[in-house]
Design a protein around this ligand. Structure first.
Ligand SMILES: CC(C)(COP(=O)(O)OP(=O)(O)OC[C@H]1O[C@@H](n2cnc3c(N)ncnc32)[C@H](O)[C@@H]1OP(=O)(O)O)[C@@H](O)C(=O)NCCC(=O)NCCS
Length: 152
């Protein structure tokens, strides 16, 4: 089993939309919506493959010295194999390389799988948006500091 992470270019909108639909079947994002997100200033995305097959993705945005994970997901057929952990580490490293000092994200209070993944990745609660999601769930705002890449 081999996990590889690669940058998603501007032509990756269709693949990102397909992976998003697999990970979030109740809230699919269209290819044009993904293309618009990718085109936002400071946006960048990574795609994870498992033995060459696209399996997960993360899309982030950086503004000044703060980065935000806009969306991250792993296709259900490929979960629990460390892909989420690899994506999180890779996006944190890329955000640090691009000059971010902190990385933020929002996660639904009830999303235990994601909350464990983020806690293990060094994220701590930085705030809360009450009843943020359509089902009435709170959004927990998480943040972690980023270490600048060593110059040597
Ligand atoms: C959350 C999600 C990204 C995890 O991806 P993944 O590739 O399965 O995660 P990993 O295999 O790297 O797991 C890393 C750790 O996260 C935690 N975790 C992941 N899935 C879990 C689950 N279903 N239940 C409990 N803990 C879980 C565990 O601590 C796990 O470590 P372990 O396997 O050594 O116990 C994936 O389940 C997903 O895409 N879910 C739907 C979309 C979503 O909720 N995205 C995040 C929105 S903020």
């Amino acid at each position: 089993m081999s996990i590889a992470i690669a940058p998603a270019g501007p032509d990756a909108a269709a693949l990102l939309a397909a992976l998003h639909q697999a990970a979030f079947p109740a809230d699919p994002w269209s290819e044009p919506a993904m293309a618009r997100l990718l085109a936002m200033p400071g946006a960048f995305a990574l795609i994870a493959t498992l033995d060459g097959e696209p399996a997960g993705f993360v899309l982030a945005r950086i503004a000044a010295d703060e980065a935000e994970i806009v969306t991250l997901g792993v296709a259900p057929a490929h979960t629990r194999r460390g892909i989420g952990r690899h994506l999180l580490a890779a996006i944190a490293a890329e955000a640090a390389k691009r000059g971010a000092a902190r990385l933020f994200l929002e996660v639904a209070e009830a999303n235990q799988a994601a909350r464990r993944l983020y806690a293990a990745g060094g994220f701590r609660e930085a705030g809360r948006r009450r009843r943020y999601y359509p089902d009435g769930d709170d959004a927990v705002v998480l943040a972690r500091p980023l270490t600048p890449p060593s110059s040597g």
